[in-house]
Write a protein that binds this ligand. Structure first.
Ligand SMILES: [Zn+2]
Ligand SMILES: [Zn+2]
Length: 141
């Protein structure tokens, strides 16, 4: 996918454009994402392409040494997990105007998934132990 897509938070104050690298979406089952979203963080990787409307009331929460969570300060929508240098941005598919164009292809922190539900999609699954070497080579969670 090389198309710039439009999206926004629930109240609309945080409108943005972003260019996902593919239609493949991933779910993170880690405890931080569950607490942050109140559900599952279903996201697409967008590199560093997110551009917000000027004056968007963004909030930033640093839940780890290298990650940062971006949300709307008005309506509380969970929008982006990104590295603190904002070079790696994973955007909630639900923030895009048309989430149905994405297909869930991966589940990470599968060993942290609450046991009260399971997802039926055929996905590539990674445990916490598999995720950190791949995405945090310094082992700094
Ligand atoms: Zn909002
Ligand atoms: Zn997570």
């Amino acid at each position: 996918m090389v198309t710039s897509l439009a999206g926004k938070c629930l109240c609309g104050a945080c409108a943005f454009t972003a260019t996902p690298t593919s239609n493949d979406a991933g779910v993170c089952h880690c405890g931080q994402c569950n607490s942050w979203t109140g559900g599952m963080f279903l996201n697409v990787y967008c590199g560093n392409t997110v551009v917000f409307a000027e004056g968007a009331p963004l909030g930033f929460y640093r839940a780890s040494e290298w990650g940062e969570r971006v949300f709307c300060q008005i309506c509380g929508s969970s929008l982006i997990w990104q590295t603190q240098d904002a070079q790696h941005q994973s955007v909630s598919i639900h923030a895009f105007d048309d989430p149905s164009q994405f297909t869930m292809a991966t589940q990470i922190f599968i060993d942290r998934k609450p046991t009260c539900y399971a997802l039926a999609n055929d996905t590539q699954n990674m445990t916490e132990a598999e995720v950190f070497p791949k995405y945090a080579p310094n082992g700094d969670a």
